[in-house]
Design a protein around this ligand. Sequence first.
Ligand code: GTP
Ligand code: ZN
Length: 200
Amino acid sequence: MTSAGPKINLAAVEVAVGAILKYIDEDSGREGLWRTPERVAEMYGELFSGVGTDPAAEIDAIFSDDVTHDPVLVADLPFYSMCEHHLLPFFGRASLVYVPDRHIAGISKIARALETTARRLQVQERLTGQLADAVMFRVKPLAVACRVEAEHLCMSMRGIQKPGHRVITTAIRQGPGGGENGATPAYTPSDLLGLLNNRG
Ligand SMILES: Nc1nc2c(ncn2[C@@H]2O[C@H](COP(=O)(O)OP(=O)(O)OP(=O)(O)O)[C@@H](O)[C@H]2O)c(=O)[nH]1
Ligand SMILES: [Zn+2]
């Protein structure tokens, strides 16, 4: 397991939040706001703890397995991320399915990779691709597919104001033909997408 500490200058963030408060509140000196810059900086340290961290590095428990060539599905992992356009959350669930070649991943490590890629300024498409890439790079499966379903608060509480909407993104990656040991992939990309769409 790797742990990510804050990679951002929290003291500078605190000063900047203090400045924003002065511009957005007519009584920014009131007691309720005294520690708000400090709280927000601390919160950003948590929300952006994945900055500068490679999601693939989180997948650090990989087990040899020559037998399993059937899909492994990790379904409905909850996540919270931050839209890089509006600094508002988008949140939902991510599911990932992969077809092992010679290795299987520690299941929790896939959730850790998701956490790392979510805890930064993001767009949903990139988050989806980064999770699939992390598994492809570290586990070297025959194929991997990822599905992310999320609501974006920038589309719910402002702007077009469509609360309850769902944005669904997918990413599919295939290993080099046949996999390391020459096994023929028995599952097509559309099979994997079918598993993701019909999970549970
Ligand atoms: N593709 C993609 N777009 C996103 C994501 N998060 C937010 N956006 C979009 O980024 C776009 C930014 O558009 P702009 O016109 O620059 O910003 P805006 O005027 O605030 O746009 P509105 O949200 O339409 O009011 C919007 O269409 C958002 O919905 C994401 O994860 N992926
Ligand atoms: Zn947004």
